[in-house]
Design a protein around this ligand. Structure first.
Ligand code: MSP
Length: 529
């Protein structure tokens, strides 16, 4: 049995169509999920939509549609985004689905059984935009600390005994230093919890759009308790089979929702005798040309528009590469063009193109190109010789380093390492200058340079697979290692693309085997206007 890896995105509110922030969170998870699959893990990658609560209810009313039809439509646009962005999620959970409601209600019942919930009355501030309760002391100029408007609420409510979990949460953070990442967020959460916790209102009577509270249908469950339970309902809770994947390895979330995931969620779980997830990885926020992204400002970035304009893998690359994962980042079209041109077109695309075209010149014949071969030594010796190249022989170790980084969600470090491998390969090819080698006397030397460069490109393609699955597949297709120009995503996926098997594998390319000539540019330059 291979090791399990369970990774989740937040489930998205369906009050509006997806934007760049949503695409970003899911993309980061996709990269991590793909990497782990290719590293031999049994991966469960979950995403979905958060369809209840007052915010969604209000949006449906504003559109004059009943909430269920409204959420059906918007949820579909998130599934469509997954297709367009080439996300490899294994499941898509909707909180309006029966399997989710059953899981959420089972969690509720467990909390009741454990005497963790009691009936009382809530009077206080509530922000519909944040779907969060705020204490008077937290308000800034009459608004939520996030800037969202708040309204006074008085209604009967069930409460979760959050206050009693303060010490246990602090102990849990202490014992699990990797639970909240990055460290800056961890510190924020710890100081929030040290400040004292109030019991949490976990049901509403004024909002009807939610999962009914078992045994008291006047109430619906608070949308965050409902939503958080998706992480277990999707894998079968309360059926014991949920333990096949639980505890989750990582919940990736934006910095705005860390409190719900790092405070409320582990408290709910511990109170229900369920182990908390292993890591909450929080990422930063994108601004657009320095401005906060918001519908009212009208500067929302449509990820599908970016894919249409710049290309799929170009968009994936930019989003992952531009900002250190965990930090805030700024989107600008100029930066996006620059990155595509300088890294994808000039470095990666150009390397593949000029190598293949030079190889086709010297090892080609009537439309067929051959993997370079020695005229004097045998195959094995030739391959051994190539792997004496320090850059090529570093690939195996590099993969081990990438694994460690990916286990820690350090996506940016992996991308730095890949780009450095690309730079070293370009430098090797330039320095070795195979076009200057006198083939009448040094035929083998030139063949070895070309073979070594092709092997480096082969390794680079495997390293790129989790980030740009289609383009990496195209490279492998031209190296004649994959027969399909489109990625094959079925049962043989692992055998074909496994990083474990392929990276650093001596003689991945067999001398004298055929290659496919490149007919189109891998990453066309974006013209500056
Ligand atoms: N429904 C809740 C999550 C429930 S999880 C049990 C929610 N949904 S959301 O649609 O508002 O946001 C989902 C994610 O998108 C969050 O992680 C949020 O941080 C992320 N982003 C929304 N805008 C963003 C940016 N401008 N930049 C980066 N990510 C941002 O919260």
């Amino acid at each position: 049995m291979s090791k399990k890896y369970y990774i989740t995105t937040p489930i998205y509110y369906v009050n509006d169509i997806p934007h760049i922030g949503h695409a970003y969170t899911t993309l980061a998870c996709d990269v991590l999920a793909r990497f782990h699959r290719l590293a031999g893990y049994d991966v469960k990658f979950l995403t979905g939509t958060d369809e209840h609560g007052q915010k969604v209810e209000k949006s449906a009313i504003a559109k004059g549609i009943d909430p269920q039809s409204f959420t059906d439509q918007v949820s579909e646009s998130f599934r469509n985004l997954a297709k367009v962005m080439n996300f490899s999620n294994d499941d898509f959970i909707r909180t309006t689905a029966a399997r989710h409601k059953a899981g959420a209600q089972a969690l509720w019942n467990k909390l009741i059984e454990n005497d963790e919930i009691y009936l009382g009355k809530y009077d206080g501030w509530y922000s519909v935009r944040d779907e969060a309760f705020y204490a008077e002391s937290e308000l800034v100029d009459g608004k939520a600390p996030t800037g969202a408007p708040v309204e006074w609420m008085e209604e009967p409510s069930y409460f979760f005994k959050l206050s009693k979990w303060q010490d246990r949460l602090l102990k849990f953070y202490e014992e699990n230093p990797d639970f909240i990442k990055p460290a800056s967020r961890r510190n924020e959460v710890i100081s929030f919890v040290k400040g004292g916790l109030n019991d949490l209102s976990v049901s509403r009577t004024t909002c009807k759009w939610g999962v009914p509270v078992p045994g008291n249908e006047e109430h619906v469950m608070y949308v965050w308790l409902d939503a958080l339970s998706n992480y277990i309902s999707a894998i079968g809770y309360p059926d014991e089979k949920y333990k096949d994947y639980w505890p989750a390895d990582v919940h990736v979330v934006g910095k705005d929702i860390i409190r719900f995931h790092a405070v409320y969620w582990p408290a709910f779980l511990m109170a229900a005798n369920i182990a908390p997830p292993k890591t909450i990885m929080s990422h930063g926020w994108w601004t657009n040309d320095g401005e906060k992204i918001s519908k009212s400002v009208g500067n929302v970035i449509d990820p599908i528009g970016l894919v249409k304009e710049f290309g799929l893998d170009q968009t994936r690359w930019f989003l992952m590469r531009e900002v250190i994962f965990g930090n805030d980042g700024d989107f600008s079209r100029e930066r996006m063009k620059m990155r595509i041109n300088s890294e994808l077109a000039n470095k990666i695309g150009n390397l593949v193109q000029r190598t293949l075209s030079f190889v086709s010149k010297v090892c080609g014949n009537q439309g067929t190109i051959w993997v370079p071969i020695s005229s004097t030594v045998g195959l094995e010796e030739f391959k051994d010789e190539a792997y004496k190249n320090p850059v090529l022989s570093s690939c195996m170790g590099l993969y081990e380093e990438c694994k460690i980084a990916m286990f820690q969600q350090n996506i940016s470090l992996v991308l730095d390492k890949i780009m450095s491998l690309v730079d070293q390969t370009n430098a090797y090819f330039n320095d070795a200058a195979p076009w200057n080698i006198d083939t009448a006397n040094e035929f083998d030397k030139q063949q070895l340079v070309l073979y070594t460069t092709l092997e480096l490109i082969r390794n680079i393609a495997f390293f790129l697979l989790p980030f740009m699955p289609k383009s990496a597949n195209t490279i492998l297709y031209h190296l004649h290692l994959i027969d399909s120009p489109e990625p094959i995503e079925d049962d043989i996926y692992f055998m074909l693309y496994s990083l474990e098997i392929n990276i650093g594998k001596q003689g991945g390319l067999i001398p004298n085997a055929p290659l496919r000539p490149l007919t189109e540019q891998l990453f066309p330059r974006i013209q500056e206007k």
